[in-house]
Design a protein around this ligand. Structure first.
Ligand SMILES: Cc1ncc(COP(=O)(O)O)c(C=O)c1O
Length: 177
């Protein structure tokens, strides 16, 4: 029996119109649409940087390996992560030579802050947070834990691009507290 957990909503005609423009111009690679999209995304999220990649999987692989190099992590260092996600989230960790340490989720289906804190060891370098089904769970408590323990936080936002909370962008924390 198939159980549908989430129902994504797409603006089909709007998307097809953008694809039509690329096809009619004969430009199907990285190009003007990518730049347009990155600029709109920066405006929407109020984040200064946005780079479009061909998948969330490659974004996760890059995030983990770039941080490993930039921060001087070594093989066997630990990343705390969630068991409730798509395989790409947790494949990125051993792919970079690091060890995945699973914390529990709570009733939001996202990482439990208490469980994350209980898994921290002297080898912990980062936490990967997944906003499952667009839900932000206890993201801000996880941010606080990462700050307190000087850990990097990687946000797997594959389900939550455009998520809003408390009437504002979910990154706009001041509006929510
Ligand atoms: C939570 C999560 N992270 C990462 C991915 C990987 O996304 P992509 O298919 O764009 O590589 C998925 C895909 O289902 C996902 O659900």
């Amino acid at each position: 029996m198939a159980i549908q957990l989430f129902r994504p909503k797409f603006e089909v005609d709007e998307c097809l119109e953008e694809i039509r423009e690329c096809l009619e111009k004969g430009w199907t690679g990285l190009g003007f649409k990518t730049v347009e999209f990155e600029n709109e995304w920066k405006k929407y999220t109020k984040l200064p940087f946005a780079y479009y990649l061909n998948s969330a999987t490659i974004g996760l692989n890059m995030a983990v390996s770039i941080l490993k190099d930039a921060c001087g992590w070594v093989d066997g260092d630990e990343v705390i992560t969630t068991p409730l996600t798509f395989v790409s989230t947790n494949h990125a960790i051993p792919k970079a030579g690091l060890k995945a340490v699973f914390a529990d989720i709570d009733d939001t289906l996202c990482l439990s802050p208490e469980s994350v804190e209980s898994r921290i060891s002297d080898k912990t370098r980062a936490v990967i947070f997944v906003g499952i089904g667009g839900n932000i769970g206890h993201y801000y408590e996880i941010v606080d834990i990462c700050k307190k323990h000087d850990l990097r936080l990687i946000l797997d936002a594959a389900h939550m691009s455009g998520s809003r909370w408390g009437g504002g962008s979910f990154r706009d924390r001041k509006r929510m507290r």
